[in-house]
Design a protein around this ligand. Structure first.
Ligand SMILES: NC(=O)C1=CN([C@@H]2O[C@H](COP(=O)(O)OP(=O)(O)OC[C@H]3O[C@@H](n4cnc5c(N)ncnc54)[C@H](O)[C@@H]3O)[C@@H](O)[C@H]2O)C=CC1
Ligand SMILES: O=C(O)[C@@H]1CCC=N1
Length: 273
């Protein structure tokens, strides 16, 4: 029998997971959401035909899995509000809040708890996400597989063994969509400067990004081989690649990701209070 899941916070991330779960066949009667905002509750009830309540305690009281899907800045306050019912019910807790460590969530809820901390990314909103997941020592194997089932509704899931590795996940896939958007912005602008109209440059940029990602996913060849396949000896691509390399693209990417990883650690310290 499917476990009852409640989503605390019925915003973008919760809706994307709920949508994914429902399309994967999860029983709607086993999904509850909560939100203090009446408009948000009406929207979710209308969109998914699930129960959406204002009262967190009432929802948690019926659930064996609780997904914490509020903004990181208010998670401590929300934990204080739900501490009593969580201690009575003892559900699996799954957090999608960026940058809050599992030990901080456990402490805010009064001690040892089964917590899966995740680092999703924004393409989760269109079920094309990549989510890093970490389970603390109190999470059972069955709970791990339940957590994975929920997050898989939003795309790819990968477990890490050590929680600090989520800072590297944040630097890679958490922030990563923004790196690709930046690269696409640069290509669109350059395409326009080379003589294309803006719309043409935009469409060619997007389709090229999509095609490259699909090829990399569907092909059995690694990215380096695929790149070499495009690069004819003494051709056009070779000139562009040489230009990127002489400007140290690899080191630029590594330095940027190190900066993101350091900031992830700092943020966890700041938000952990
Ligand atoms: N790494 C990433 O790029 C992404 C991370 N996330 C994470 O997901 C979490 C949720 O983000 P969004 O869905 O974008 O936020 P959102 O603002 O769309 O949704 C949060 C909801 O929580 C509700 N809320 C506020 N106080 C509440 C309370 N006491 N009880 C229940 N609900 C309450 C709000 O009314 C709002 O509807 C965040 O912690 C964020 O870090 C989400 C998307 C992508
Ligand atoms: O930029 C941020 O801090 C968050 C974490 C990963 C994506 N957005």
């Amino acid at each position: 029998m499917e476990a009852t899941i409640c989503f605390i916070g019925a915003g973008n991330m919760a809706q994307s997971l709920i949508g994914g779960l429902i399309s994967s066949g999860y029983d709607k009667n086993k999904i509850i959401a909560t939100d203090p905002n009446q408009e948000q509750r009406d929207l979710v009830t209308q969109k998914f035909a699930i129960q959406c309540l204002a009262d967190n305690d009432q929802a948690i009281g019926q659930s064996s899995i609780v997904v914490l899907a509020v903004k990181p800045q208010i998670l401590q306050q929300v934990c204080a509000e739900i501490e009593n019912i969580v201690n009575q019910q003892n559900p699996l807790l799954l957090s999608v809040a960026a940058g809050i460590r599992s030990a901080d969530i456990a402490r805010w809820l009064g001690g040892d708890k089964a917590i899966v901390r995740t680092m999703p990314n924004t393409p989760s909103l269109i079920q094309s996400g990549a989510t890093g997941m970490f389970a603390n020592d109190s999470v059972s194997l069955e709970q791990k597989s339940q957590a994975e089932h929920i997050m898989r509704a939003a795309g790819l899931t990968i477990w890490v063994d050590e929680e600090p590795q989520l800072d590297a996940v944040t630097a890679l896939s958490g922030s990563g969509p923004a790196y690709y958007f930046l690269f696409m912005e640069a290509m669109e602008k350059a395409g326009a400067e080379l003589g294309l109209d803006a719309k043409t440059a935009h469409l060619l940029t997007l389709q090229t990004a999509l095609g490259a990602a699909k090829m990399a996913l569907e092909s059995h060849q690694d990215c380096q081989t695929l790149r070499r396949n495009v690069t004819s000896p003494n051709g056009t691509t070779e000139k562009a690649i040489q230009s990127f390399q002489s400007n140290n693209l690899e080191s630029i990417v590594k330095t940027a990701m190190q900066a993101a990883q350091s900031r992830a650690k700092e943020l966890a310290d700041e938000l952990g209070g």
